[in-house]
Design a protein. Structure first.
Length: 97
């Protein structure tokens, strides 16, 4: 799973993953190991429902949030991982004129 997260990040596109209530904490632990504690993620629960929840922040902050509020670990869970930012290419000097 750690390699999956690395590959998803390196793809340069946002990855959207549906996650199981039984796996969410283990997946976040693997994500933290693979990409670091400061990796930004978005977590969503119960999309399009009355009690939908969103969380945006670091992997570490999300782990803390879900640990403090275990009921947030239940339901339909979605994890969004941004891809690695593309490097901006240097504009050739001739093109700048």
């Amino acid at each position: 799973r750690q390699q999956f997260f690395i590959d998803a990040y390196e793809s340069n596109i946002t990855s959207i993953m549906y996650e199981s209530t039984h796996r969410i904490m283990a997946s976040l632990d693997d994500l933290e190991v693979a990409l670091g504690a400061e990796q930004q993620v978005v977590f969503a629960k119960e999309l399009t429902k009355t009690y939908e929840t969103f969380f945006s922040g670091t992997v570490t902050a999300l782990i803390e949030f879900l640990t403090e509020e275990p009921e947030k670990q239940r339901g339909e869970l979605v994890l969004m991982l941004p891809g690695k930012p593309k490097q901006q290419e240097e504009i050739p000097t001739d093109a700048k004129r």
